[in-house]
Design a protein around this ligand. Structure first.
Ligand SMILES: Nc1nc2c(ncn2[C@@H]2O[C@H](COP(=O)(O)OP(=O)(O)OP(=O)(O)O)[C@@H](O)[C@H]2O)c(=O)[nH]1
Ligand SMILES: [Mg+2]
Length: 213
């Protein structure tokens, strides 16, 4: 019996991710991949961030298993948006991003944010051609996520600790979370903030503005 093994999925994904990166580099557009658990606040972070930036210069690719709810939320903030429904898949892959780019106007954009499917495991495995990977962790998720889901933290450059407005109501050690995350990834840039109240946003906005520039 002969069994054909095609190019391993991750390897094929890597080469498409390189293509995506090259297309966007030629256009001068940066790509940011936002990962995090369901409900950690990825869409809320985008909504609030759009109020500080120029939405017409921003494209958004929304990844969800189904529905267009998140796309509608960011569309209302003035950004051009494409929704990907993965129909069950727990992460986006580079080919989905390559196809989405055909549905976005690139020549007036400076940055594209991807909101990945809510999941702390699978999205970490798949590069999408991004220049920056951000992990959003909310305080309500509790402690030890960095040690339990190390690849998500290791492969990201920025950690957003969201929902700090809830700190007085929770028994959670934010300092401990940061220490643990830094153990996994000492270079991780950490921004504790609230996407609801806007508390802590100045440092994050300064960082992303500099990144775009
Ligand atoms: N108190 C508080 N609530 C927040 C904050 N950010 C988001 N939320 C709430 O958390 C819930 C989930 O927020 P979303 O932004 O939809 O989370 P998400 O990560 O995009 O969720 P999925 O797309 O389903 O994975 C919503 O009810 C938000 O209003 C925050 O900083 N503080
Ligand atoms: Mg969302």
């Amino acid at each position: 019996m002969k069994i054909k093994v095609l190019k391993p999925i991750l390897e094929a994904n890597e080469s498409i991710a390189d293509e995506v990166r090259e297309v966007l580099r030629e256009q001068g557009v940066k790509l940011v991949n936002i990962i995090g658990s369901p409900g950690s606040g990825k869409t809320s972070l985008l909504e609030k961030t759009l109020t500080y930036l120029s939405p017409e210069e921003i494209g958004i690719i929304e990844g969800d298993i189904s529905t267009t709810y998140d796309a509608e939320r960011v569309y209302c903030m003035g950004a051009e948006v494409v929704q990907i429904n993965t129909q069950g898949a727990c992460h986006l892959d580079a080919n989905m991003i390559k196809e989405s780019l055909q549905n976005l106007t690139l020549n007036n954009k400076k940055i594209i944010f991807i909101e990945n499917v809510g999941n702390l495991v699978c999205p970490a495995e798949f590069r999408l051609g991004e220049d920056l990977r951000i992990i959003v962790l909310s305080l309500t998720e509790g402690e030890h996520k960095p040690l339990k889901y190390p690849l998500s933290f290791k492969s990201s450059q920025v950690l957003i600790i969201n929902k700090i407005d809830l700190l007085p109501h929770l028994k959670v050690d934010m300092k401990g979370i940061i220490e643990e995350a830094k153990k996994i990834n000492p270079d991780l840039k950490v921004f504790p903030l609230s996407s609801l109240s806007g508390e802590g946003f100045s440092g994050w906005i300064e960082y992303i503005r500099r990144f775009i520039a």
